[in-house]
Design a protein around this ligand. Structure first.
Ligand code: 7TS
Length: 413
């Protein structure tokens, strides 16, 4: 079990006051806060051994290269990847997915082929595939979804076919919290010869993820959602798949030998890391992984199951609030998506903000999903390791007040 009270002491920002009220950070799906150890790792790097990697014989370059590559190994171990060479640094999940779209997909998806998605994809795992489909003459196909936000797999045999070339699927929905059966679907995809890309932006930070168990070919995630710095993300890919892929960006670092008219490519993973990488933030992500490993990812998951279960239960007290997504906390992540009566989510978010409560409002970068749900916008509270049941109470009490205010003042009830 996590002691979130103690964990909070490691996060300087959590003692901040907003409008004179203690900050209640419930926008973790957008980005998480950072523990002191991660912030300190950045200071240590810049104060102690700032140097470019993979190019110097001097002491500082050797030190920075060692720390940078150690961080890569920590990330590989965290997701149970067989080799550190399978970990490519990117800026974020979005860039990791674009890398695959611009390399593997561009070269392997042809006219009439199908890219299989779900209706709940973040724009990051939709818009890049629209481009591939348009340019290569392929078709986007969507797995049907039940009203409760779970996938409808009744006609699964009709979903996968000989034209399916890629299943690109979100592991945990950032909007509704749905946990998709990625392992089962990956097996189906592989059975028809398709590749599998998992958007792990909301799963890797929140639950144990094992790439060998999932048997995905690609996994994309962001450091900033898992206690790490912004500007660093990860593309995991199976080694043999990476070996066959063309580079994405070209320039320094990614080459082995260069002539005026041609070049050969460096070994993995540098082949996919053109230019000076984000050294400091990669090292910072390594520190974030250390922090999460010390907590234990099973405990992280359990804490969120409990908080979400408690939150969903307390939301039942709010008559005029609609909650979207699956109701059972055992099969969903720690995000509660909702709308309150006819209050616009932005108004609701502003009222919550005045009480120090940060929730996200809008379409959550899932505009097509909002259309499917029949709403223009929603509000979302999302949890992490430092959130407490008292904070859930603060949120629910705040919502109650807002509902009362709107009922009396605005609607004149
Ligand atoms: N995929 C999912 C499932 C996400 O939740 C996000 C970010 C991304 C991809 C993109 O990540 P990025 O680091 O490249 O931006 N989700 C959110 C969110 O829910 N609110 O703000 C960002």
């Amino acid at each position: 079990m996590l002691d979130s009270g103690k964990i909070r002491e490691d996060f300087p920002i959590l003692s901040k006051k907003v409008y004179g009220k203690p900050l209640v950070w419930l926008d973790n799906a957008a980005t998480s806060q950072k523990p002191r150890s991660v912030i300190q790792s950045l200071v240590d790097y810049y104060e102690g051994y700032n140097a470019n990697v993979h190019r110097g014989v001097h002491a500082l370059s050797i030190e920075s290269t060692d720390a940078f590559e150690l961080a890569r190994q920590k990330v590989a171990d965290f997701i149970h990847a067989d080799a550190a060479e399978s970990i490519v640094w990117t800026r974020n999940t979005t860039e990791a997915i674009n890398l695959v779209a611009n390399t593997w997909a561009r070269d392997n998806i042809g006219a009439g082929d199908e890219i299989l998605l779900t209706p709940m994809e973040h724009h990051s795992n939709l818009v890049p595939w629209q481009k591939v489909a348009q340019e290569n003459g392929a078709r986007l196909k969507f797995i049907p979804m039940h009203e409760d936000g779970t996938l409808d797999l009744e006609n699964i045999d009709a979903i996968f076919g000989p034209r399916t070339k890629l299943l690109a699927i979100v592991h945990v929905s950032n909007s509704m919290g749905t946990i998709n059966p990625v392992k089962e679907l990956a097996a189906r995809a592989h059975a028809v010869g398709a590749m599998v890309l998992v958007d792990g932006a909301q799963s890797v930070p929140h639950m144990p993820v094992d790439v060998n168990d999932l048997d995905c070919d690609f996994l994309a995630f962001s450091g900033h959602k898992m206690l790490g710095p912004t500007g660093i993300g990860v593309l995991y890919a199976k080694r043999d798949v990476l070996e066959e892929m063309d580079p994405f960006l070209r320039g320094g670092e990614m080459v082995l030998e260069v002539w005026y008219d041609r070049a050969t490519w460096n070994a993995l993973p540098m082949r996919f890391e053109a230019g000076t990488p984000n050294i400091a933030d990669a090292i910072g992500l390594g520190a974030a992984v250390d922090y999460l490993q010390a907590l234990g990812m099973e405990n992280v998951r359990q804490h969120e199951v409990e908080l979400t279960g408690y939150g969903l239960k307390r939301f039942e007290e709010l008559d005029e609030v609609v909650v979207y997504g699956p109701q059972n906390p055992d099969v969903r992540g720690g995000a509660i998506l909702f709308n309150a009566a006819d209050i616009h989510p932005h108004d609701l978010g502003t009222i919550m903000d005045r009480q120090g409560i940060a929730i996200r409002t809008g379409h959550h970068c899932t505009m097509p999903l909002m259309r499917t749900l029949g709403v223009a916008a929603t509000a979302r509270a999302s949890f992490y390791v430092y959130n407490t049941t008292q904070e859930v109470d603060t949120l629910v009490d705040g919502l109650k007040e807002a509902l009362e205010y709107f009922a009396h003042e605005v609607r004149g009830a």
